[in-house]
Write a protein that binds this ligand. Structure first.
Ligand SMILES: C[S@@+](CC[C@H](N)C(=O)[O-])C[C@H]1O[C@@H](n2cnc3c(N)ncnc32)[C@H](O)[C@@H]1O
Length: 213
């Protein structure tokens, strides 16, 4: 997926993926990560998700990566917070209390800049990427965070029915991407009401992705 695809989506405000509330599957399953308040959560490809405000409200710290500066600016407006902005190579960091968002390409983000991460919440990040990018993404995420545990939400549906994004990521692919370093548990599977984009039956699946012993 070209960067211009997403930048155009933000420019045109075609952001059907953006939920008007914290994601119910995050609220339901987040405690299973077993992280204490104060822990730092990484949200790759975070958009301006209201999940960030929910996590901050629960006492967590958040670090995100998002390509679109427009999205990042809207995120801070929503939070009613004025960020400090600094430049780090090709990325810009928007920082306020308990929150750092890196604006730019996640593949430019380095481990040292990201700093410590206790857990990852991947909603609409892995599934936003075409198959040709998903292995590189999964490896980069593991390298960036030292295999931090994840709450991962995927879509499972017949990819011939819809082109994506969001893309179908099968159980087998989740195992191929993360099975070497993580123990994977499918903890929920919920039918998408009315079908994905109103056109295709789909399951939204929640994975607990824990460090293998
Ligand atoms: C489907 S949206 C999901 C946003 C958010 N996770 C949510 O749940 O609302 C995918 C987001 O990934 C961003 N994105 C796409 N490619 C990216 C990249 N290479 N680096 C950082 N962000 C990227 C897009 O701008 C878009 O906001």
């Amino acid at each position: 997926m070209e960067k211009s695809f997403w930048l155009d989506k933000w420019q045109r405000n075609e952001i059907g993926f953006h939920n008007p509330q914290a994601h119910p599957l995050l609220v339901k399953h987040f405690p299973k990560l077993g992280l204490e308040p104060g822990a730092r959560l990484f949200l790759p490809l975070c958009g301006k998700t209201l999940d960030i405000g929910w996590l901050l409200g629960q006492g967590y710290r958040v670090v995100g990566a998002e390509l679109s500066e427009m999205a990042v600016e809207q995120l801070f407006e929503q939070l009613s917070v004025a960020p400090e902005i600094s430049e780090h190579g090709e990325l810009k960091r928007y920082r306020a209390q308990d929150i750092d968002i890196y604006a730019g390409d996640i593949f430019q983000l380095q481990r040292e800049l990201l700093s410590e991460v206790d857990g990852i919440y991947d909603r609409a990040a892995l599934v936003a990427l075409p198959e040709s990018m998903r292995r590189e993404y999964a490896q980069h995420l593991q390298h960036l965070t030292g295999n931090a545990p994840q709450l991962l939400i995927t879509f499972d549906y017949d990819q011939t029915q819809l082109p994506g994004p969001p893309f179908c990521v099968s159980d087998d692919e989740v195992a191929q991407l993360y099975g070497d370093n993580y123990r994977l548990t499918l903890i929920d599977a919920v039918e998408v009401p009315g079908g994905l984009k109103g056109r295709c039956e789909a399951l939204e699946k929640v994975w607990l992705v824990e460090r293998a012993e």
